[in-house]
Structure formats: C-alpha cells, structure tokens
Write a protein that binds this ligand. Structure first.
Ligand code: FDA
Length: 393
C-alpha cells in the first residue's frame, strides 16, 4: 500500500493552497478529487473573473457559531499575502467595488498558477478519482480507499467544500467524514442565494423581472446597501444574496428604496406643482416607473396627489423606506454560492485547523463552519485556512 505524508481530499481553492504549502515544506503530498478538473469553482467565480479576495477582511464579515475562530488563520495569511502571490504569478487584477479584487483576465489563470505551483513543489494531483472511504489506522495515520486503490497517509486534509452547486461535484462528503470521526457539524444551509416568493407576490414580481434597483435591505440589525434585482422567482442581486445568509424561513426582510431622500418633502412639492398628478407618476421621479406602478398598488390611500393629505404622503414615504416583504424560501444549493454551517469550529484548533483529539486530521475551506460575505471573503478563507493547515501537516 502506498504511503504518503499528506493526502488532501478536494482540489479546490483550499485544498490546492494547502497542498502547495505542505509540498514546499518537503512533505510527500497527493491531492485527490473526483472531479475531472481542479478548481472548478475558481474558474466560474466572479462571473469568470474570480473575486479572489477583499481589501477589508474583518471577522464580522464572516458567519460562524464562533466568528472569532477564523481570525487566527486570516491574520497569519492575509489578503496582502495573497495579493503578493497574485503579483508573483503575474496575474493582473483590479478593485471593482467595496474592496473586491478581481482578475483582469480569466479566472482560469488562478487555477493554472495553483496547479503549476503544486507540480513545481513536487505535489501530485489525482483527478477523476472517487474517494470511497476513510479509516483511521491503529498506529496513527489514515487509510483512504479511492477508485485507484488504497492510499495511506500520516495527515489527511479534508477540503471537499460545501454542498453548493451539486452539478459541479459538490457533495456532503466532508460533513459525513467529520461525523464518522465523531466531530460535531453545525447544521448546513444555502447562503449567498436568491430568495423566492409565494405565487401571490410573484404575480407582481414577475413583470418586474430583470429590473435592478439600488437601495438598502434589512433583516433585524443586519443591513446591506448594494444592488437588488427582481427575478421570475423573487429577488436576487448582491444586497439580497448578502442578506440571505442571515435570513431564516418565515422571517420578513425590509427594503428601503428611498435612497436616503426625503420622500414626503418630494411628494409635497410635486403636489403643489400638479395636484392632478397620479401618485405613480410622482413616484416615478424616485424609483423606476415599473416599480412606481406597483408601489402605488400597495400604498393605501392612493389617488391624485391633490387628494392626499400630508399624513398620507408620510405613509407613502414610510412604504418606500420600510417596504416589508416575506420570502417563502431560497433557490437552495442549486444556485447558492456557499454553504453556511459545517464542521463545528469548537472541534478544531484555530491555528492549524487540526481536529482536536484526532492527530493528523484537518478540515479547511468551506467545509468548516466559517462563511464569508459576498465579495472575495470566501476565497480568502480558503487561502488562509489552507495555508495554515499547510504549515502544520
Ligand atoms: P471547493 O468547493 O472549491 O472545492 C472542493 C473540491 O472537493 C471540489 O473540487 C470537489 O470536486 C471536491 N470534492 C467534493 N466531494 C468530493 C469527494 N467525495 N471526493 C473527492 N473530491 C470531492 N467566493 C469568493 O470569494 N469570490 C467569488 O468570486 C466567488 N464566486 C463564486 C461563484 C459561484 C457560482 C460559486 C458557486 C461560488 C463562488 N464563491 C466565491 C465561493 C467559493 O467558490 C467557495 O467558497 C470556495 O471555492 C471554497 O473553496 P473550497 O476549496 O473549500 O471548496
């Protein structure tokens, strides 16, 4: 039976990064993935331009039962370190918005650079190779049964990602493996995902499909001010994707489409100029006309501006500032960018990502209960956690 120092399960961002570091430290490393190609999510990420990190990495931008857990790895291998790596690779990049860094060219450059670094460091990559099972060995280490035979290793790194986009090879394998070894797993659910609405809401939402608006969206004390998009199923766009990670079924979200303007004052001025003006016509000065038409129907009382009192105009302003909607669900793992929850951080050492009480077993990347905001945070967690384990294996 072949014996390696390190086997990494999963050739995504976290697994490849970990394997490169371990191989550079002289470890005999093999990465095993059932997919035909490495780094598939990197390839499709950021609309094909890979939003590879964010300038504003902060612990409060990560969701976890213990949001401070990620800090150790994020501080040891920072966004600046990864930016330096991109520069070493000669991959051009730019800041798009809100500190989000994207490649100028195709995201495949990042995958190529990672696999090249792995090969140069002497690491091996087995693609298209299913992993059938893992057992711990009596004298320490692990036996990994793969479609190409049983491999033994001293350290096993689980980097099999989350459940999002099963069409691309995502499985719940890492969670099942954690449970097999008695590690707790925080309940998983789709994150960074469009929200869906009941038929009665879709009656008015569908005609708005494709309409993108700026505003704020709130859930409890969490608020995002980015774009929102109406779809045939409900709502999407960056602000909604961000909020979806905080939203739970049955709860309401509130949209503020006033963009900070004094809507009541705007409508009073419009009324003074044209008392016969329909409310929707006046509202079209604030929001896209298609949306104004719908808003008029949810606002009571409605009618020509001249018939509306100051108090009624205040009510209209309140609807624009605090438009309450109750999603019925989300589009689920089919389109979710990430999986919330995962291997409980309480069971892992924050510095090395090694499972407590299970020497040689490591979990890195999305399989861990650490989920970032939209905007490069999830890749930074993959690089940082992969790097940290790569120093320890
Ligand atoms: P990842 O999922 O990348 O890799 C896991 C690997 O394990 C895969 O190669 C898979 O085939 C393999 N695997 C799974 N089960 C296995 C098994 N049983 N046996 C063998 N191999 C197995 N983030 C960000 O920061 N910026 C961005 O721009 C984007 N954009 C984006 C777009 C889309 C459409 C999605 C779906 C996601 C993003 N993300 C993102 C999120 C980001 O892609 C994600 O957080 C990281 O890829 C996670 O990296 P991991 O290495 O942990 O898992």
């Amino acid at each position: 039976m072949e014996k390696l120092d390190v086997i990494v399960l999963g050739a995504g961002a976290a697994g490849l990064f970990c394997a490169i570091e371990a191989a550079r430290r002289g470890r005999r490393v093999r990465v095993v993935d059932h997919a035909k190609a490495a780094g598939e999510k990197i390839r499709i990420s950021g609309g094909g331009r890979c939003n590879f990190t964010n300038l504003e990495i902060k612990p409060e931008r990560f969701l976890s039962r213990n949001p401070r857990f990620a800090l150790s790895a994020l501080k040891r291998y920072t966004q600046w370190d990864f930016i330096a790596r991109m520069d070493e690779w000669g991959i051009a990049w730019h800041e798009k918005t809100l500190g989000q860094l994207f490649c100028d060219g195709p995201a495949t450059q990042v995958v190529e650079a990672l696999t090249r670094d792995l090969a140069r460091a002497g690491g091996e990559l087995w693609l298209g190779c299913a992993v059938e099972g893992v057992e711990s060995e009596a004298g320490g280490g692990f036996a990994v049964t793969t479609a190409r035979g049983v491999l033994r290793c001293a350290s096993l790194v689980v980097a099999t990602g989350g459940k999002s986009i099963p069409k691309m090879g995502a499985t719940g394998f890492g969670y099942r493996l954690a449970e097999q070894f008695g590690l707790p797993v925080v309940e998983t659910r789709p994150g960074l995902v469009p929200l869906t609405f009941a038929e009665q809401e879709l009656v008015w939402m569908k005609p708005l499909a494709g309409l993108s608006i700026d505003g704020r969206v709130r859930h409890g004390r969490t608020e995002f001010a980015e774009g929102m998009l109406f779809t045939h199923r409900g709502l999407s766009g960056p602000a909604i994707l961000q909020l979806s990670s905080y939203w739970r079924e049955g709860e309401a979200i509130a949209m503020d489409v006033s963009l900070g303007r004094d809507v009541a004052a705007f409508l009073r001025a419009a009324r003074a100029q044209g008392p016969k003006l329909a409310l929707r016509t006046a509202l079209a000065g604030l929001v896209p006309e298609r949306l104004a038409r719908h808003l008029e129907t949810v606002i009571a009382p409605s009618g020509p501006l001249g018939t509306l009192s100051n108090a009624a105009l205040e009510q209209v302003a309140e609807v624009l500032r605090n438009w309450r909607l109750v999603p019925v669900g989300s589009e689920g793992y089919r389109t979710a960018e990430v999986t919330l929850g995962g291997v409980d951080t309480d069971a892992l050492d924050a510095r090395s990502l090694q499972a407590k009480g299970l020497p040689g077993l490591y979990f890195v990347g999305e399989v861990v209960d650490v989920t970032g905001w939209l905007g490069g945070y999830n890749f930074q967690w993959a690089w940082s956690s992969g790097w940290a384990a790569g120093q320890a294996v």
